[in-house]
Design a protein around this ligand. Structure first.
Ligand code: HEC
Length: 367
């Protein structure tokens, strides 16, 4: 699991005009040039694999285009130390005789530790013979800020955005590291929910511009509604939809308690969320998609309600994850979500892979 998004990334994401674009907006000439840099000048392939295997020193990048925004890819290239997956911390050892080595952790037990150093050699050390053993929060990846020009960095980013081959086993892998959560129903209202589920990071990663028009379908208690409304700001607006008036009342109370007034309420019916057409920059559906008895009429209306560059965000508890706080009837696997939703004329654009117990998938409208 990646550590909390540092504030700098959040800012970078918000100001990046490219980040909301779908990969089709990436110029193919840039991507081709980027590929050449990846393979030769950048020597990226020496550490990263793109096929269904592990890279030798860095993570597999075969589907990185689905996981990162252009802003966070740019950051990986220029300041790799800014955000590091714990599995990729640098291990630094100093032997009793004063030799120093550093590399990626391969294996460790009480007595010994094995690392792969930057020249791709595997080394094993007896801990009792080491003078020092440190896990350092810096990356083995070199910064390319000085070796690649800004233009070349953009080309590499364009290429990385095209890497979208996804093996479903990997989708499962990404969601498996979880902190313990209880099965208790009161869980849904507990104050720590936002922290445990990293709700604020989720909302931030959606990259919602001021003034956005958003529909929140299945608003429930308004848990997400007021957060979306806060992001959209006074010049934006959220339409909260639910098929129970009681839920809309709860949502209105949550919105009012956060001193927001940019939310309107629509009572939908089973097969019709009653959305205006060509209106929304984002339709947000959290923990509700799985409840649609007949998703066809709803999703075709959702599709029509979006502007051409609009995005659909669907959040569900991950079925692959036994710790996700819902019975399996109320969870969905990554494959189920992608398969069902793409069928309605959407295309997967991004996966928010850092969420501990949920899948959050962002789709664009297939033109
Ligand atoms: C010496 C090995 C090495 C080389 C060369 C290298 N990387 Fe990395 N890369 C790593 C390691 C280790 C990590 C994981 C730690 C981190 O996030 O910095 C990483 C992380 C990344 C990430 C973030 C992955 C994620 O899951 O968020 C991207 C993107 C990336 N590298 C792209 C590149 C590109 C593009 C190049 C060539 C221009 C390159 N790397 C060259 C080792 C390397």
């Amino acid at each position: 699991m990646r550590s909390a998004l540092p504030a700098v990334i959040a800012v970078a994401i918000l100001v990046s005009p490219l980040s909301a674009q779908s990969p089709s907006a990436v110029s193919s000439a840039d991507a081709t040039a980027g590929r050449a840099i990846f393979e030769s000048k950048g020597r990226c392939a020496a550490c990263h694999a793109l096929d269904n295997s592990n890279g030798t020193l860095g993570p597999n990048l075969g589907w990185i285009g689905l996981l990162r925004t252009p802003a966070s890819l740019r950051q990986s290239l220029t300041t790799p130390d800014a955000e590091i997956h714990p599995r990729f911390l640098t291990i630094a050892v100093e032997t009793a005789s004063g030799d120093t080595f550093e590399g990626l952790l391969l294996n460790e037990d009480d007595l010994s530790i094995q690392i792969r150093d930057v020249s791709h050699q595997n080394k094993s050390f007896l801990k009792s013979r080491l003078k020092a053993l440190r896990r350092e929060k810096r990356s083995l990846m070199p910064s390319y800020a000085a070796t690649l020009s800004t233009r070349e960095i953009e080309q590499v980013v364009a290429y990385l955005r095209t890497l979208r081959t996804l093996w479903s086993t990997q989708a499962g892998e990404r969601t498996r590291e979880i902190g313990g959560v209880s099965e208790n129903v009161a869980f849904f209202d507990r104050p720590e929910r936002a922290e445990v589920e990293r709700t604020d990071d989720l909302i931030r990663a959606l990259d919602i511009p001021e003034g956005a028009r958003i529909a929140d379908i299945g608003a429930g208690t308004g848990y997400f509604t007021w957060r979306l409304a806060q992001r959209a700001g006074p010049s934006g607006k959220v339409t909260a939809v639910d098929i129970q008036q009681k839920m809309l009342d709860l949502t209105a109370a949550a919105v009012a308690s956060h001193k927001l007034s940019n939310v309107e309420y629509t009572l939908g019916v089973e097969d019709n969320p009653r959305l205006p057409e060509h209106t929304f920059d984002m339709v947000f559906i959290a923990h509700s998609f799985h409840e649609f008895a007949d998703p066809d009429p709803i999703m075709s209306r959702v599709r029509r309600s979006l502007k051409p560059a609009g995005r659909l965000v669907v959040v569900e508890y991950a079925k692959e994850n036994p710790e996700a706080p819902a019975s399996s009837l109320h969870k969905m696997s990554f494959d189920e979500m992608r398969g069902e939703i793409e069928r309605f004329g959407f295309e997967l654009d991004r996966i928010l892979d850092f969420l501990p117990v949920q899948h959050a998938l962002i789709f664009t409208v297939l033109q």
